[in-house]
Design a protein around this ligand. Structure first.
Ligand SMILES: [Zn+2]
Length: 133
């Protein structure tokens, strides 16, 4: 059995977690959030700005504080409920691959086609041909 670093999720963990995520949460995990400006505030007493951006897809918010020169002093993300339901570590490498496979069915409307020319056009098709030779 392969020993895994607990800071990283296994492909099986990633696949299991993805079953509980909404389509929006799965999309944001794979493709990143779509931050949209929501509001900006100037705090007169302590002389700093704060901004809030919201992801319309998963409803998470990014809070940023800037000093009077516009330098970012702190950033934090407030995740929508369910986004961080369970901590299993970072999802990278083969675990991210597992998420992409889940997304094919959950995020996309996956369609199977028969296309004899696709092998020559796509890198995945060429690699399959070379492996078969
Ligand atoms: Zn998002």
């Amino acid at each position: 059995m392969t020993k895994r670093n607990p800071q990283y999720a296994s492909p099986a963990d990633a696949e299991r977690l993805a079953q509980d995520w909404t389509k929006a949460q799965l999309s944001c995990r794979l493709y990143g959030h779509i931050w949209q400006p929501l509001r900006a505030t100037f705090h007169q007493t302590y002389r700093y700005f704060s901004t809030v951006q919201r992801c319309p897809r998963c409803k998470s918010e990014r809070h940023t504080e800037l000093n009077e020169r516009g330098h970012v002093v702190s950033t934090s993300i407030h995740y929508a409920d369910g986004y961080l339901a369970e901590r299993v570590g970072r999802i990278v490498g083969d675990s991210k691959d597992a998420l992409r496979l889940v997304a094919l069915h959950r995020v996309y409307n996956l369609e199977a086609v028969t296309d004899p020319d696709a092998r020559a056009r796509s890198r995945a098709g060429r690699e399959l041909s070379e492996g078969a030779a």
